[in-house]
Design a protein. Structure first.
Length: 273
């Protein structure tokens, strides 16, 4: 960014590379930066651009490069001693002492050398101090004033009209006395703590075992007399009567039903044959 084409204020002016130009234009721009209190950061600055060293908010980097030479007439190409003296007098005294004087050839000063001569380093953080006309009120005084106003609003008019500023200020400055309770060892009656009987521990009841809690009773035994009667009683069969006139379902030589009285096996076999 050139020296004569700055960004909108209040952004700092960063001069990356400026080869110089007409001294009048650089003089006017330098005065504008001075009025706006703009910060100017120089990387590479030559010829009339070196007028930036007269600004209070100018800074350089350790690797910056500044080149100085005499001003000359554009038409005649001859040095202008009056303008050259104006340029030289605009530099800080330490820079003037290092340069000695200006010549038609460039005299180069690096940023690290300019920083040693008192020019501010752009790499360092800048501390801005702001001054105020009146110091801030103490916190205790503000609280005391608020309490005084509250008391004045609560008390009657005659009592509130009395001056209380000195008493309030002294109350703020002086520490509030504190009462500390002291214990007289002679007045203390030492008593032993009453003995407390130990509380017996109560254990939970034992859980019953599986066999005791789930005992299954056996079925009652059957009487012998009933079993004998059941076994001795023969089974009586009462077959239904046959329908008369119906066709017998089986041949005549077979018996459909056994007779009511008991038959022997031999009688049944004979009937089948």
């Amino acid at each position: 960014m050139p020296y004569l084409d700055p960004p909108p204020a209040p952004a700092p002016v960063v001069v990356v590379k400026d080869v110089g130009g007409f001294v009048d234009a650089y003089r006017d721009q330098t005065e504008r930066y001075r009025r706006e209190d703009r910060e100017v950061r120089l990387h590479e600055c030559r010829s009339a651009c070196t007028l930036a060293l007269s600004l209070p908010n100018v800074c350089v980097y350790p690797d910056s490069t500044l080149k100085f030479h005499k001003a000359y007439n554009v038409n005649t190409k001859e040095a202008d001693e009056g303008v050259s003296r104006e340029l030289f007098n605009a530099y800080p005294p330490a820079v003037r002492a290092r340069l000695g004087d200006l010549t038609r050839q460039y005299r180069v000063l690096r940023g690290a050398e300019l920083i040693e001569l008192g020019v501010r380093d752009c790499s360092e953080k800048r501390t801005i101090m702001v001054a105020k006309n009146t110091p801030p009120a103490a916190r205790g005084a503000g609280i005391a004033q608020a309490m005084g106003s509250l008391v004045a609003s609560l008390l009657p008019g005659e009592i509130a009209a009395q001056p209380r500023a000195s008493a309030t200020a002294s109350a703020v400055r002086q520490p509030i006395p504190q009462r500390v309770a002291t214990l007289d060892p002679k007045a203390v009656e030492w008593r032993s703590a009453p003995s407390v009987a130990p509380v017996p521990s109560v254990l939970p009841p034992e859980r019953p075992s599986f066999e005791a809690s789930f005992e299954i009773p056996l079925p009652p035994r059957r009487p012998v007399q009933i079993a004998a009667i059941v076994q001795a009683t023969p089974l009586e069969l009462h077959p239904p009567d046959l329908i008369h006139g119906a066709v017998p379902p089986i041949p005549d030589r077979f018996l459909s039903y056994a007779p009511k009285d008991a038959m022997s096996v031999e009688m049944i076999l004979r009937a089948v044959r």
